[in-house]
Design a protein around this ligand. Sequence first.
Ligand code: UDP
Ligand code: MG
Length: 140
Amino acid sequence: MATNRTFTMVKPDAVAAGNAGAIIKQIQEAGFKVIAMKLTHLTPQKAGEFYAVHSERPFYGELVEFMSSGPIVAAILEKDNAIADFRTLIGATNPADAAPGTIRALYAKSIGENAVHGADSDENAAIEGNFHFASTEMVG
Ligand code: UDP
Ligand code: MG
């Protein structure tokens, strides 16, 4: 299992607002190398599968609806200490609690529509990356 990779999505709110380019630039300037990237539009079924771990939570229906509401940018990123450093870069789930300068502080609208996803563990980064990308779509 790679310990230096994470998985991210620029969520539909940020893509629709035209912020994907600025967010990807901030990610690269923080030292993350893009290993795979695509613009895609999840069906409700695919969004539901991706977030299946949250299926018992009260916000699951809204989350699935939101994540399938428009295009996203999915990416696999590489950096030393990728998981923790990326969570620091994006900030807290609720933008009201996100540290100044973090991606969510800059671009998130609400706790639900919060601009970006970041994997929470090496194991989940690998599962989530493989959910979106074939190995032939990854470089390096
Ligand atoms: N979410 C929500 N309401 C909540 C908590 C989470 O709509 O009260 C959404 C939000 O888009 C969040 C996602 O569900 O990013 C996954 O939740 P998680 O707790 O894993 O937060 P994250 O890891 O994205 O910070
Ligand atoms: Mg999470």
